[in-house]
Design a protein around this ligand. Structure first.
Ligand SMILES: NC(=O)c1ccc[n+]([C@@H]2O[C@H](COP(=O)([O-])OP(=O)(O)OC[C@H]3O[C@@H](n4cnc5c(N)ncnc54)[C@H](O)[C@@H]3O)[C@@H](O)[C@H]2O)c1
Length: 259
């Protein structure tokens, strides 16, 4: 009988001891889970988000190695100020997890997709990870274990319908990851992407049941996907163990799509 949940995820407290990590979009959902896993692995983490109260509350719940910095990633000055505030609090920077995204733009056929939604999705999901990485770069260059982890989506690998702006943005993340990896490898910075399948978080509660069923039935491992399924991959990509892996896209989806 297949387990209905992932094995209990136990962080190794020395894996990322002393590492200084910035995670965007960490007020809730996957970003908040990643922040918890990274802190449990010994790191200090700046969580940033446009959701002010939820971000402050999440950071408070994670203890003294967590700190919240607000940002609106639609605004480049706010983005630059956020990265600087993160570096100031952390005293440097070893890793960036570009996790923030507009995730609720779906359910619209392409002929009904508005230009303003397209522009905002591209700005937050594609331009912002570039800008955050650009502002982080001078600091990452000084780190002996520098990492950029970008969140793509497996919808970019199979082309989910009625989600076109989102899917296109997540495809761009894959190409950007590869290009960044080639530019930054000689500086000692690895750049990889994770392409999750549909995962149970607050934001996906509103996804219709038939889509959850479609994913579940299409997986080689036919169960629901949980944030813990992804947190361990983030930890691996941030850790010294992944030091020679760069420019890769790791689908974490129970085998729904296979590279
Ligand atoms: N949950 C899934 O099923 C799934 C699947 C594939 C990929 N992903 C990716 O994982 C990442 C996290 O997604 P999630 O499921 O936790 O969704 P989510 O919507 O809960 O998280 C996205 C976060 O980004 C923040 N954000 C949005 N616009 C912003 C802005 N202008 N400035 C600053 N922050 C902003 C949101 O406030 C939110 O906290 C996203 O990149 C998403 O595309 C999620």
């Amino acid at each position: 009988m297949l387990d209905s949940s992932p094995k209990a995820f136990i962080a190794e407290p020395s894996l990322l001891r002393g590492h200084r990590v910035l995670i965007t979009g960490a007020a809730r959902g996957l970003g908040a889970e990643f922040a918890k896993a990274v802190i449990d692995s010994g790191a200090r983490v700046v969580l940033s988000d446009v959701l002010l109260e939820q971000g402050q509350e999440t950071a408070r719940s994670l203890g003294e190695r967590a700190h919240f910095v607000p940002v609106d990633l639609l605004n480049s000055q706010s983005t630059q100020d956020m990265v600087q505030a993160a570096v100031d609090w952390l005293g440097g920077l070893d890793a960036v997890v570009n996790n923030a995204a507009i995730t609720n733009s779906g359910g619209v056929p392409m002929q009904n997709l508005s230009e303003s939604v397209w522009d905002d999705v591209m700005a937050v999901n594609v331009k912002a990870p570039w800008m955050v990485s650009k502002f982080a770069l001078p600091h990452l260059e000084k780190s002996p274990n520098a990492r950029i982890v970008n969140l793509s989506s497996d919808t970019a690998l199979w082309g989910a319908p009625n989600l076109m702006a989102y899917v296109a943005s997540k495809g761009a993340i894959i190409s950007m990851t590869r290009s960044m990896a080639r530019e930054l490898g000689s500086k000692g910075i690895t750049v990889n992407a994770i392409a999750p399948g549909l995962t149970l978080v607050e934001a996906t509660q509103y996804v219709p049941q038939h889509r959850h069923d479609h994913y579940m039935n299409g997986r080689a491992i036919p169960r629901a996907q949980y944030p813990q399924d992804l947190a361990s991959t983030v930890l691996f990509l941030l850790s010294p163990a992944s030091g020679f892996i760069t420019g890769q896209v790791i689908p974490v989806n129970g085998g729904f799509v296979m590279n």
